[in-house]
Design a protein around this ligand. Structure first.
Ligand code: PLP
Length: 413
């Protein structure tokens, strides 16, 4: 496989490792468990440490198995470079650790993964001002900007209520103002959407979810799309300015976040995620089809009060989602009418498993307000559009008819 030819999404992932010399012709990038890397010559060791020569120093900052996964994610996102972390939250936390300072301001979508919401509260307590806005309309983002705004953060499709951010217009706004635009692509995955297309500067992926896809490894990543001019970012330390300016952001994040906070992805997890990624396109196709079928069936049933899925014409951002993503993801949420208790419904399901992951091969269900969004309290939940009876469904790759039957039979009281 040559670099110059553009192959399709899955071909590119499958053959990514072999673009570099690979030990013994191994088809998988080997799992390198060594924590450190010995050099024959002390001067060579010094020049690796000084960044004058490529090479690995210590496993906290980089490992060949993890680098191979970073290359794959970079190709999926058509970006410039990627850094992997131990979890998706470590990747998002790296933004705070590596790029922000006391007195800075962040504008974030208020429709967020619960732990990201909690992370912004922590950032607030550390002296970083965070404005939470309804990001389905760029006007709200624009109104919140201040001269101290360093970063705008949105999710593509919000977890769990599936609001779709005004991705393109926010991208244009950030470009006009020279503000770093960070898009969490977890819910769409790079198979459905490349945030680079809407001008994202950095892309977050929770590798734990659709990319790894089997619920057997945690991981996260940040990808630099190459679109942002780091000369415009006031928080770059002088030590990282010895590189070309296109590398400043990643160099600083690798040192200040990954090296100094140590949220490192292990090589075994990187291997599991890399194997999972090979079938992401196949899984996503099936999961999206299953999710659409289930959402349509539930919406048509009078015992269901509301279904939230961007693939339904009733969804407020259906047209936008169709234009941006093509398919609508593997996650939807719904509310039953008040005659059916959501716990009783979940207990009648025979296939779907009560559990809190998403992007797994198996269908998982969770009563949101009582679990993952419990800690934040009823007021914050209400402001995020999360009803107390909301059920989130992460749709797996089971046979469609089996899923439809399961969700249907559980409606009968
Ligand atoms: C799960 C998730 C994360 C965090 O990923 P972890 O690997 O669980 O830390 C971040 N953002 C979104 C949208 C997620 O769904």
């Amino acid at each position: 496989m040559t670099d110059s030819k553009k192959y399709g999404f899955t071909t590119t992932i499958l053959h990514s490792d072999r673009q570099k010399p690979i030990e013994h012709g191994s088809l998988h990038k080997p799992i390198h468990i060594s924590v450190t890397f010995g050099y024959r010559d002390a001067r060579e060791l010094a020049s690796v440490f000084q960044g004058k020569q490529p090479g690995y120093r210590y496993g906290r900052q980089g490992n060949p198995t993890v680098s191979a996964l970073e290359d794959k994610v970079t190709k999926m996102e058509q970006g410039l470079a990627t850094i992997c972390f131990s979890t998706g939250m470590a990747a998002i936390g790296a933004l705070v650790q590596g790029l922000l300072r006391k007195g800075d301001h962040v504008v974030s979508s208020s429709f967020l993964f619960g732990n990201t919401n909690s992370l912004w509260q922590t950032a607030n307590a550390l002296g970083i001002d965070v404005s939470m806005v309804d990001a389905t309309d760029v006007k709200n983002v624009e109104a919140a900007l201040t001269p101290a705004t360093r970063l705008v953060f949105v999710e593509t499709i919000a977890n769990p209520r599936t609001q779709v951010a005004d991705l393109k217009r926010i991208g244009q706004l950030c470009r006009d103002r020279g503000i770093l635009y960070v898009v969490d692509n977890t819910m769409t995955s790079p198979y459905l959407f490349r945030p680079r297309m809407v001008g994202a500067s950095l892309v977050v992926n929770a590798l734990t979810k659709s990319i790894g896809g089997h619920g057997n490894a945690l991981g996260g990543s940040l990808t630099d799309t190459g679109l942002y001019d780091w000369n415009k970012f006031p928080n770059i330390y002088d030590s990282y300015k010895r590189y070309a300016s296109s590398q400043w952001g990643m160099a600083q994040i690798r040192a200040k976040s990954l090296r100094d906070f140590g949220g490192t992805l292990g090589p075994e997890a990187a291997h599991h995620i890399a194997v999972g990624a090979e079938t992401m396109a196949l899984r996503m196709e099936r999961e999206c089809a299953n999710a659409l079928a289930l959402a349509q069936m539930l919406e048509a049933d009078e015992r269901v009060a509301a279904v939230y899925y961007p693939g339904l014409p009733s969804h407020p951002q259906h047209k936008l989602a169709k234009e941006l993503f093509g398919a609508f993801g593997s996650l939807f949420s719904f509310e039953l009418n008040d005659k059916i208790d959501c716990f009783d419904y979940l207990n009648r399901l025979k296939l779907a498993i009560p559990a809190s992951n998403l992007g797994d091969t198996r269908t998982l269900v969770i009563p949101v307000a009582h679990t993952i969004f419990y800690e934040m309290g009823a007021d914050r939940r209400a402001s995020m559009g999360i009803a107390e009876s909301l059920i989130r469904v992460s749709v797996g790759i089971e046979d469609t008819a089996d899923l439809l039957e399961d969700f249907q039979q559980a409606l009968a009281v």
